[in-house]
Design a protein around this ligand. Structure first.
Ligand code: PBG
Ligand code: ZN
Length: 334
């Protein structure tokens, strides 16, 4: 006998001897219930514009959006998160709060076409500002600054307008201090006391948002987002961000990006076990897998399922991913 464990011998491989046994003891299960599909909606008609750096993802006009949400709903997908590409942008992102704006219009259409889909509305200014920053700009003779407090009022207005149109959840993503509290107050004053806030509480200043900025046409025209998004080197700071947002009234938290921040996901879940936690598997994480798969260097399905399962294993309750439709189909084939 060569095995030198204690008697009775622990042999971990006993539980790996066949697929049924493996199914029985598996700890983490990825399911259709866990996935949220992001959608990019542009003004106009009859357009389904491919996003070059995100194969299989499109900017949709509202007519194509209707087909898309019907398909998602038929697949059993629970939720979508919306990003708008408005025709006109200005310094304060005012088109984000119009009842006739692109997202409010899209929300009403989705509610008609696929009433069972949960609609999460991303609340931020960068899609609507001509300068592409997530807040309004205060100019100084020595440069510029993002005016945190002036941005809060606009975020609250945007949230109210999207919820009035029918959004089920609002998800502020701009990393402004006090954004959750401002939005909670705005929603409550407008009578929307039951609408939950999913805060992008822990959003890193990541190099993995590049393809998204092409998709949403929301790249900053100058500077970067380092004065408001988190430094990728900081992990403990994530706990402060989470705590503050919970104190301000966040109902759910999110970590973004996902697969290279599993330590952060794990810590947040450990510290706040009762708080639903989302993770955003972002555009760059999607693009890397797609590029490798298109070259035949990685198996797209296996890699994707492994990574998304790992995000859940780390502690995420749900995942926003551009792979949603693919994953649902893959799971159905299994
Ligand atoms: C904007 C926003 C970004 C993403 C979601 N909301 C990009 C950014 O901060 O520049 C990124 C999503 C992705 O990369 O898939 N507030
Ligand atoms: Zn933004």
């Amino acid at each position: 006998m060569t095995f030198s464990g204690n008697f009775p011998q622990t042999r971990m491989r006993r539980l790996r001897t066949n697929p049924k046994l493996q199914d029985l003891v598996r700890e983490t299960h990825l399911s259709v219930n866990d996935l949220v599909q992001p959608l990019f909606i542009r003004e106009g008609k009859g357009e389904k514009k491919p996003i070059a750096s995100m194969p299989g993802q499109f900017q949709l006009t509202v007519d194509h959006l209707v087909e898309e949400v019907k398909e998602l709903s038929a697949l059993g997908v629970r939720g979508v998160i919306l990003f708008g590409i408005p025709e006109t942008k200005d310094a304060t992102g005012s088109s984000g709060s119009l009842d006739s704006g692109i997202i409010a219009t899209a929300i009403r259409k989705i509610k008609q076409a696929a009433p069972d889909l949960l609609i999460i509305s991303d609340i931020c200014l960068c899609e609507y500002t001509d300068h592409g920053h997530c807040g309004v700009i205060a100019e100084h003779h020595h440069g510029y600054e993002i005016d945190n407090d002036a941005t809060l009022k606009i975020l609250a207005e945007q949230a109210v307008s999207h919820v009035r149109a029918g959004a089920d959840i609002v998800a502020p993503s701009g990393m402004m201090d006090g954004m959750v509290q401002a939005i909670r107050k705005g929603l409550d004053q407008a009578g929307f006391i039951t609408t939950p806030i999913l805060s992008y509480a822990i959003k890193y200043c990541s190099s993995l948002y590049g393809p998204f900025r092409e998709a949403a046409e929301g790249a900053p025209q100058f500077g970067d987002r380092r004065s408001y998004q988190m430094d990728p080197a900081n992990g403990q700071e994530a706990l402060r961000e989470a705590l503050l947002d919970l104190q301000e009234g966040a109902d759910m938290l999110m970590v973004k990006p996902a697969s290279i921040y599993l330590d952060v996901i794990y810590q947040i879940k450990e510290k706040f076990p009762g708080v639903p936690l989302g993770a955003y598997h972002v555009s760059g994480e999607f693009a890397m897998i797609k590029a490798a798969a298109q070259n035949g260097w990685l198996d797209e399905q296996k890699v994707t399922l492994e990574i998304l399962t790992s995000i859940k294993r780390a502690g995420a309750d749900f995942i926003i991913t551009y792979f949603t439709k693919d994953v649902v189909r893959w799971l159905q084939q299994k």
